[in-house]
Design a protein around this ligand. Sequence first.
Ligand code: SF4
Ligand code: SF4
Length: 132
Amino acid sequence: MIMPLIKGLQITISHMFKKPVTLQYPTERPDVKPGFRGLHALNVSHDKAKCVACYLCPTVCPAKCITVEAGEDQNHDKYAAKYEIDMLRCIFCGYCVEACPVDAIRMTEQFELANYSRADFTYTKDRLLEKK
Ligand code: SF4
Ligand code: SF4
């Protein structure tokens, strides 16, 4: 009776001096690995979004969560007048990034996407341009 108790206590005490395996989030931040697929960002060129509204990314998106509407600027070049991602539907597959012919979209290391209202999960063009 006493020996199993002593053995049990030995195990308990030995664990008290071991390095914890649990990450004390948010005080301790996880090490985000290269290639991590977090929140999207629109890349910028010459002070405007690189997106040329080719519709490839909404076409390949399996979750159908990307909305693009094309516009035409003063030089008659096509641009994304509207670009929106519904992050509640996104499955972070990265197909949109792979499909883009002009490297206009990427995925960032941002993973803290919790929010309170459905509207906050709609990432408009302006919000996607803000991301690092
Ligand atoms: S990561 Fe996948 S699901 Fe999310 S927007 Fe891109 S293509 Fe759609
Ligand atoms: S694939 Fe690239 S250029 Fe085409 S609509 Fe999507 S982000 Fe824009």
